[in-house]
Design a protein around this ligand. Structure first.
Ligand code: F6P
Length: 531
């Protein structure tokens, strides 16, 4: 269904036009209960996650129009279908069952008539037991030494989620084994990590859903050789685990089937942190942290399933994106975490959102008649304030921003932490209300933001935060009418990279490259150095 042809969409458009005549200041002046009514708090175990979206150009009337859009788009039915294992990824004929990875065993989830919950919990137990053995030193390297480092080799969803979780949890607990992350095919990336590790005490998690990603296989080969040089080729498998849909491929490259952990084709790469893709962190922080992260995700899943749309955090956040992007024409959204522990959150959400909803045709292949995913970008505060916030305050583009903060600090530096959080709140205030002065000092204000606060950064709240964004992306995809679970746009670049590699390796100019690419290849060959 093309949402733009519906009366619900026309009403939302009218509402957006009307709200554009007002400012955030007007909206706050008019309604003293606004902060309270345009906020929602979600309980996550003993912690809480607050979403304050009152600093958006929205009011109760326009919110109701947006909810009507969600109803018209069938968000609730599509949500139920996704959780139940219905095929929601049509171009790959797959369900999208990341939510099953954190559901209780007794939940009924069927794929092709098979209840997958037993298999999910079997693998979860395997992952937990294996990780605990590495942590305790029951599983050692080839020379009997306890592992001191673990390198996660993966890219995209096989890297961004594990990296985010490692950085976040490192701020609140000390990892038992130090983790490193290698993703780029740039050999300086892997070499820099190897310089910090000892091959005898290094364990590698080769993480690739497809087991065919060039970057991951290249880095895996370099590391395998490095380990082989130290402990012998026949012992390399004692230092490698594989996480993949195709675990049988581990054996085909000489790795141990005992150290191979399955994931499933119905888990998208960017939605895979609930799966064995998190192995590196189970080794670093233990199985309890993993279980707690999954419990936090489950809390958000349950909220998404049960809360009425008007109080449903992922629905509201998804609809606000539709409002800003598709109805008010704001092209980008900034994500600024006032927490160094969450410094990779913007990159994580960037893949989640842009790979899911950066689409130009609908799920049934028709051109979309709506602006789809915003460009998502960002970093950490307060660094952002001394780099690019200038443009958000005074630039000619209105950039909605998500600000993310944490109430409790794991350190005793309360004064510095208070200053950090004060800066977060102050930025949202300055954006919303601005200040009048001579022209170059004037901040016009009326610039929207969402403030997300975690009561504390724990495995629980981190899981809930990740699931919140997963579901918000899903809600947007439903309204845009796109398939949020495929990513065909990345395939051409992979194919051309193989062709260009062949042109680089060929002794003389070959192939049918365009004149620019052919010239670049020749220039590169002339200047590259193997020394
Ligand atoms: O090329 C894009 C992509 O397929 C992402 O969707 C995915 O997260 C990443 O590559 C890594 O894929 P894999 O886990 O199969 O190596």
């Amino acid at each position: 269904m093309d949402i733009t042809t519906t009366p619900a969409w026309s009403a939302a458009l009218d509402s957006a036009a009307a709200i554009s005549q007002t400012t955030l200041k007007d909206l706050f002046d008019r309604d003293s209960s606004r902060a309270e009514t345009l906020s929602v708090e979600v309980s996550v175990g003993k912690d809480a996650l607050l979403v304050d979206y009152s600093k958006h150009n929205i009011d109760e009337n326009s919110l109701q129009k947006l909810i009507a859009v969600a109803e018209q788009a069938g968000v609730m039915q599509q949500r139920n279908d996704m959780f139940a294992g219905v095929v929601v990824n049509g171009t790959e004929n797959q369900p999208a069952l990341h939510t099953a990875l954190r559901a209780p065993l007794e939940t009924a989830v069927n794929v092709d008539g098979v209840d997958v919950m037993k298999e999910i919990h079997r693998v979860r137990t395997l992952v937990n037991e294996f990780a605990e053995s590495v942590r305790s030193g029951r599983i050692t390297g080839a020379t009997g030494k306890k592992f001191q480092s673990v390198i996660n080799v993966g890219i995209g969803g096989s890297d961004l989620g594990p990296t985010l979780v490692y950085e976040a949890l490192s701020s609140v607990s000390t990892p038992a084994v130090r983790a490193h992350f290698v993703s780029n095919i740039d050999p300086t990336d892997v070499r820099a990590v190897l310089q910090e590790c000892d091959p005898e005490t290094t364990f590698v998690v080769l993480c690739s859903k497809s087991f065919s990603t060039a970057e991951t296989l290249s880095n895996g080969r370099i590391i395998a050789q490095w380990i082989s040089d130290a402990v012998g080729a026949k012992n390399v498998s004692k230092h490698f685990a594989v996480v993949s849909v195709s675990t049988e491929k581990a054996a085909s490259v000489g790795l141990s089937a005992d150290y191979a952990f399955p994931m499933w084709s119905w888990v998208g790469g960017r939605y895979s942190i609930s799966s064995a893709v998190n192995l590196v962190n189970v080794i670093a922080f233990g199985s309890t942290a993993y279980d707690n992260m999954l419990a936090g995700m489950r809390s958000m899943d349950e909220h998404f399933l049960a809360a009425p749309l008007r109080r449903n955090a992922p629905v509201l956040m998804g609809l606000l994106n539709v409002w800003n992007r598709s109805l008010l024409g704001r092209e980008t959204r900034a994500m600024i975490a006032y927490s160094t522990a969450l410094k990779s959150f913007a990159s994580y959400v960037q893949q989640l959102e842009m790979e899911s909803n950066g689409k130009r045709v609908t799920a049934d292949g028709q051109p979309v008649s709506i602006s789809t995913s915003p460009i998502v970008w960002g970093g950490v505060g307060t660094n952002a304030q001394h780099a690019y916030m200038q443009l958000l305050h005074q630039g000619t583009s209105v950039v909605p921003a998500d600000f993310i903060g944490v109430a409790a600090t794991p350190t005793r530096d309360n004064e510095a932490h208070d200053a950090l959080v004060a800066n977060l709140f102050a930025q949202t205030q300055a954006l919303a209300f601005g200040s009048a002065a001579e022209p170059h000092r004037t901040l016009p204000g009326n610039r929207p933001s969402t403030t997300l606060m975690l009561s504390a950064l724990t495995p629980h709240t981190l899981g809930a935060l990740i699931a919140l964004y997963e579901h918000s992306v899903f809600v947007q995809g439903c309204v845009f009418g796109v398939n949020s679970f495929d990513q065909w746009g990345v395939e051409l670049g992979k194919k051309l990279a193989t062709e260009v590699s062949a042109q680089i390796s060929a002794p003389s100019q070959t192939g049918s490259a365009d004149a620019s690419t052919a010239q670049l290849v020749q220039w590169y060959k002339k200047h590259r150095s193997n020394t």
